[in-house]
Design a protein around this ligand. Structure first.
Ligand SMILES: [Zn+2]
Ligand SMILES: [Zn+2]
Ligand SMILES: [Zn+2]
Ligand SMILES: [Zn+2]
Length: 308
């Protein structure tokens, strides 16, 4: 969560749009690309023995590489620290009581090894020493993305293609092809204030996907609506695009031009930084025309690639 997020309260409004935006936290397992690990280390002559070392460092419980602290039972069976916390002090191999025995020799081996990034299976070719590897993995550009769907704490992570499918299948998100759009947001009772209201539409253009978020929340006491675009990919690539949003009615018009934010930035971070088209509720109702009892916003938008 971004700092300062607490000053915003979400507004709830009965919401009618062309899409059903109900949350379906369906299957929670990662169904992305194949599994986490590959011991195949290419090249260089020392690599064969290095690879045997890697096998030695496989935790027999979770199958991940073990890092210090590495634990062992009195009979010498090793396991990683996080698995030790889960086996109730019983060695998973020989059922002997575990105690608190470290395996210092193996810890030294672990620290001396050069290991591939754990996102090698997603395309990272980096090889790192023990300490720099952990640091690298936190910001590795191949690391899986979090599900960009807002409004529910969705634990799904994966690469972009996987997440696009997940949004479609598990969150019933609307998918559109093309770089221009016209969207109508209609709410029957914009004065009701309760839960979060938000909508997500995914646009497919320039061989990339963009998430258009629309939501209602409070800045201090003031209810606002906000629309903004997030790029399904890294920040570096997000900056190659621009977008514009336009909303109006009754002879008035508000326009926003911005740069889509990477989905590496959480939805809340982007929202709280107000990096998008913000519409005060009174203005939104003015745009809607009529008797101000219903919110009817027409948001037109365009995405384009900047000539860099
Ligand atoms: Zn383990
Ligand atoms: Zn044992
Ligand atoms: Zn990496
Ligand atoms: Zn999700």
């Amino acid at each position: 969560m971004a700092p300062g997020g607490s000053i915003y309260q979400d507004i709830s409004e009965s919401c009618v749009t062309s899409t059903d935006y109900d949350v379906e936290p369906a299957n929670l397992e990662y169904r992305g690309s194949p599994c986490q690990k590959s011991n195949a280390v290419n090249g260089k002559g020392t690599m064969a023995s290095n690879s045997a070392m890697h096998d030695l460092l496989d935790c027999p419980v979770c199958m991940n590489s073990m890092y210090p602290p590495i634990n062992q039972c009195p009979n010498g069976h090793t396991l990683c620290h996080s698995c030790k916390a889960q086996v109730q002090n019983i060695c998973p191999i020989c059922r002997h009581e575990l105690g608190n025995i470290r395996c210092l020799a193996l810890e030294k081996v672990a620290e001396s090894l050069e290991l591939p990034c754990k996102y090698k299976f997603l395309g990272c070719e980096g090889i790192f020493s023990y300490h720099s590897r952990l640091r690298h993995e936190q910001s590795c550009r191949y690391r899986p993305y979090d599900c960009p769907y807002a409004g529910a704490e969705c634990p799904i992570t994966g690469d972009i293609m996987f997440l696009v499918k997940h949004l479609k299948d598990d969150h019933n998100v609307d998918m559109h092809d093309g770089s221009t759009f016209n969207h109508r947001y209609v709410k029957a009772n914009p004065h009701e204030v309760e839960n979060a209201t938000w909508m997500l539409t995914v646009f497919n253009c320039f061989n990339h996907q963009f998430c258009l978020h629309f939501e209602a929340f409070h800045i201090g006491m003031a209810p606002v609506y906000m629309a903004f675009l997030r790029f399904m990919g890294d920040d570096h690539d997000a900056k190659k695009f621009s977008y514009s949003l336009e909303v109006g009615g009754n002879g008035r018009k508000l326009t926003w031009q911005g740069v889509p934010r990477s989905i590496r930035d959480s939805h809340i971070t982007v929202r709280d930084s107000l990096d998008g088209l913000c519409i005060q509720r009174s203005m939104a109702l003015f745009f809607s025309g009529g008797d101000r009892q219903e919110l009817k916003l027409k948001v037109a938008g365009r995405i384009w690639k900047e000539q860099l």
